[in-house]
Design a protein around this ligand. Structure first.
Ligand SMILES: [Zn+2]
Length: 369
């Protein structure tokens, strides 16, 4: 074989191997690399509970709950096919890797499952639900609990019984209910039905809430955050960008109304509040007593560093930790540097060939004399 050809062959093989390795890392292994760094927290709020039982096994009394929010699966109208393909692949890999490594017993999704549930046709709705079920498939010993968000059924003025009931049917849920596992209570609330204007859905939800209000030892889960003025007090690497933190929230659109927030806190005195909707992380203390965690969006379309919450719960206490997924900028940088190497390698091979020619040419010239 000619020496030049063997160099080209080797270069092609190295290049192909490098591209395959980068692809496999960026599309599969990177999720393991990120999620392997996460673990279930100990219980540090309320009465202490051992993480492990006497025989070293995970404490069977402690419930392991994974909480994520705002996956926003793109719809048929506003979503570009490549955007949809890319984001859904990322979320599927992240979720499946988290399930495999962390084995939660219950997963809560805090609403805005879809981007266009509020207006999608029956055909598009079925298609979106099928894709969701494939992405968020889970073993039978993990329960998936889905809450309703404004993008699933519309804001209060867009919401109707048809949209609410098709959501409830698709996810086998009801607008407001108490989920109890291992003696731990989670109150799930339809935030869009708390306008307090006496609309039929609002009346139905308030009636259910009133019935449940005697149950005090619960965590409150809903899509909208409780009322807060803005995200100005939020800190951390996934808080809203500094230029957005001081924007004032609108009651009933960005956050619950003051009146509904006050009522929920007084009725239930929740030991913890978990909410979504803002797409950014935040921890808020209401009335110097009630802790609320805003869970950021799980979709890379909404932020560079999505995450989910890991919660260890017992009837008397809980602990939380946050698990960050790979940053999209890292993945893009890896692909760009591989692409740049792809372009540079032919240049290196050409320069090497040129150098060989320069050393070879004077000898041949000498021989011809
Ligand atoms: Zn929302």
């Amino acid at each position: 074989m000619m020496p030049g050809l063997s160099v080209v062959c080797s270069a092609v093989i190295v290049l192909f191997g490098a591209v395959c390795s980068v692809f496999i890392f960026c599309e599969y292994l990177i999720y393991y690399a990120a999620i392997l760094q996460c673990g279930w927290p100990g219980i540090d709020h309320g009465a202490p509970a051992a993480e492990k039982s006497a025989d070293g096994q995970p404490n069977a009394e402690v419930l392991r709950a994974l909480v994520l929010s705002d996956p926003h699966l793109l719809g048929a109208v506003g979503g570009h096919w490549f955007d949809k393909l890319r984001r859904e692949w990322q979320m599927e890999r992240a979720f499946q890797t988290a399930l495999a490594l962390l084995r939660p017993e219950v997963v809560f999704i805090l609403g805005d499952v879809f981007d266009e549930g509020k207006w999608s046709s029956p055909k598009n709705w079925e298609d979106d639900v099928c894709r969701f079920q494939k992405m968020f498939r889970h073993p039978s010993d993990t329960e998936l609990v889905v809450l309703v968000g404004n993008h699933d059924i519309g804001f209060h003025y867009e919401m109707d019984w048809f949209k609410l009931q098709r959501f409830e049917k698709a996810f086998n849920t009801t607008s407001t209910r108490m989920v109890t596992k291992k003696g731990v209570n989670f109150l799930l609330v339809n935030s869009m039905a708390l306008h307090g204007d006496g609309c039929p859905i609002c009346q139905s939800v308030e009636k259910q809430l009133y019935t449940l209000s005697r149950n005090l030892n619960c965590s409150l889960l809903q899509h909208y955050p409780l009322y807060r003025v803005s995200d100005a007090g939020c800190t951390g690497r996934d808080a809203a960008p500094p230029e957005e933190r001081h924007l004032l929230f609108r009651e009933k659109y960005d956050v619950l109304s003051q009146e509904a927030s006050h009522r929920l806190l007084q009725w239930f005195k929740p030991r913890l509040v978990l909410s979504g909707h803002t797409h950014s992380g935040c921890q808020v203390l209401h009335d110097n007593r009630y802790t609320e965690i805003s869970v950021p969006s799980f979709n890379w379309r909404n932020r560079n560093n999505p995450s989910f919450i890991l919660g260890s719960f017992s009837p008397s206490g809980y602990g939380l930790s946050k698990c960050f997924l790979p940053e999209e900028s890292t993945v893009i940088a890896l692909y760009c540097s591989t692409g740049a190497s792809l372009l540079l390698l032919p240049l290196v091979v050409w320069i090497r060939g040129l150098l060989q020619c320069i050393t070879f040419c004077p000898i041949s010239k000498h021989k011809s004399l």
